[in-house]
Write a protein that binds this ligand. Structure first.
Ligand code: ARG
Length: 469
């Protein structure tokens, strides 16, 4: 393509080293969509006749089919997807094909292709996130009255509703959806017309190209356009935090499904066995989700490190942006394929889940707060209840095992009105503070979550409608 300036042909090792076909050949459909819009714009401004633009569109459609059927095989001498397609077009159309690249550089072209590709992939991910959120809502409604141990420091803390637990993960994942849409918004401007870096002497109608491709408008600064990959960083940031959230969920499942906890029931279909130990049922899916998270974080760092200290504007380093992006997208797709059906099949053994709470110590805060309502300053109430627990431990008894005489001896302030409160159901039910674990609060959270989810569905549908090519 640049032979005019050169006296030697490119060394074979250089072609091998600089080619990006292993990374970008799969981007052909999006590259072609960008080229079709560019040709239509060139026709509109009178650079192409409508006959020429029509031929180019037909040629590109044919190339799209040839690629789909694998009859067009790219060559590394033509470096990348862009030049392979253009060269095939020239082969098919002659001089008319040679007009397509007018007013365009691979720098604004690749930026457009990447944004179109990423937009489609992110809209798919948004759909997967909806499935995930829907399963969490379903589980939350099913388990709103199921009581389980709540932990801090992985030590028993207070009883909570399992519905509340599911909604905690819902809260994290719905923030991830906001970040996903932030990435979608940030990619949704059209680079075409930025040229190599400075724009064009030709009267390119950038707004027209942009509207043909379903972008909200052309990018505002041509130097920045070919230099920046912020929208990819935004995707990677979403993916990193999303998989961190998945990883924490996975870790909980590994712990709660272990024999020692044993109240989270993982379905056989989502577990694997041991090649040696016949009794084993392992939570490998959860471990792999946890294990893959590091790579996703790595892809974010990879791109940030590539961008750091790159001179304004385009530099060939940017070609490497595709490697991590593709790997990350594929992993996120895999996680979103397995996690929603796993959540649909998971169950809770409600009886087993409270066995560890038999001693009643998880209700010590309730006792202290009871004293507060009797006028005891909280710090004193805390110390008095702490002493009560210490004495129970010394006598090998739980709070629930104390006789009335022992209460009178150890905590004379305890009146008859305390005892009805000392039950796990009551402890959960009474935590009615906004966002708390009471089933009535959980129901409110679920209702809010349902509204959030339908707003997300509507937002995706609207996005899909406006970007349809
Ligand atoms: N394959 C290149 C990339 O992915 C396309 C742009 C190359 N531009 C250039 N001037 N060498 O970034």
């Amino acid at each position: 393509m640049w032979k005019g300036r050169f006296t030697e042909s490119t060394a074979a090792v250089v072609s091998d080293f600089t080619q990006s076909l292993d990374l970008d050949w799969e981007l052909a459909p999006w590259d072609i969509a960008g080229s079709v819009a560019h040709a239509k714009m060139l026709e509109r401004i009178g650079i192409l006749t409508s006959a020429e633009a029509g031929k180019i569109e037909e040629g590109l459609a044919r190339i799209r089919a040839e690629i789909a059927e694998s009859t067009l095989v790219p060559t590394r001498e033509l470096e990348d997807v862009h030049m392979n397609i253009e060269s095939r077009l020239i082969e098919l159309l002659g001089p008319v094909g040679a007009k397509l690249h007018t007013g365009r550089s691979r720098n604004d072209q690749v930026a457009t292709t990447m944004r179109l590709f990423l937009r489609d992939r992110l809209l798919n991910i948004a759909e997967g996130m909806e499935r995930l959120l829907a399963e969490l809502l379903r589980n939350a409604a099913k388990h709103k009255d199921t009581i389980v141990a709540g932990y801090t420091h992985l030590q028993q803390a207070q009883p909570v509703s399992m519905g509340h637990y599911w909604m905690a993960h819902f809260a994290a994942f719905s923030r991830d959806v906001s970040r996903l849409f932030f990435a979608l918004d940030s990619l949704n401007e059209c680079p075409l017309g930025a040229g190599a870096l400075a724009g064009s002497t030709l009267p390119l109608d950038r707004s027209y190209t942009s509207s043909l491709l379903g972008f909200t408008g052309p990018t505002r600064n041509s130097l920045d356009t070919v230099a920046q990959r912020d929208y990819m960083v935004d995707y990677h940031s979403f993916a990193a935090l999303f998989t961190v959230h998945c990883s924490r969920l996975a870790e909980d499942f590994v712990i709660y499904s272990s024999r020692e906890f044993g109240w989270l029931l993982l379905p056989d279909a989502f577990c694997t066995g041991s090649s040696m130990m016949p009794q084993k049922k392992n939570p490998d899916v959860m471990e792999l989700i946890r294990g893959k998270t590091g790579q996703i974080i790595g892809h974010l760092l990879d791109l940030l490190i590539t961008l750091k200290a790159l001179p304004m504007t385009y530099d060939r380093d940017l070609q490497e942006d595709k490697r991590g992006l593709r790997a990350s997208l594929n992993t996120v797709d895999q996680i979103l394929a397995v996690l929603p059906p796993l959540l649909a099949a998971v169950d809770v053994d409600g009886k087993h889940a409270v066995e560890g709470l038999e001693d009643g110590f998880a209700l010590a805060t309730d006792v202290a707060e009871y004293l507060v309502l009797k006028g005891v300053p909280f710090r004193d109430a805390h110390a008095m209840t702490g002493r009560l627990v210490k004495e129970c431990i010394a006598r090998s008894k739980g709070l629930f095992d104390l006789s009335r005489e022992e209460w009178d001896e150890l905590l004379p302030e305890a009146g008859d009105d305390l005892f009805p409160m000392l039950a796990l159901e009551k402890a959960v039910e009474r935590r009615k503070t906004y966002g708390g674990t009471s089933p009535t609060e959980v129901v409110r959270q679920i209702e809010h979550g349902e509204a959030l989810l339908s707003a997300q569905r509507a937002r995706r549908a609207e996005f899909v409608r406006t970007v349809k090519l």
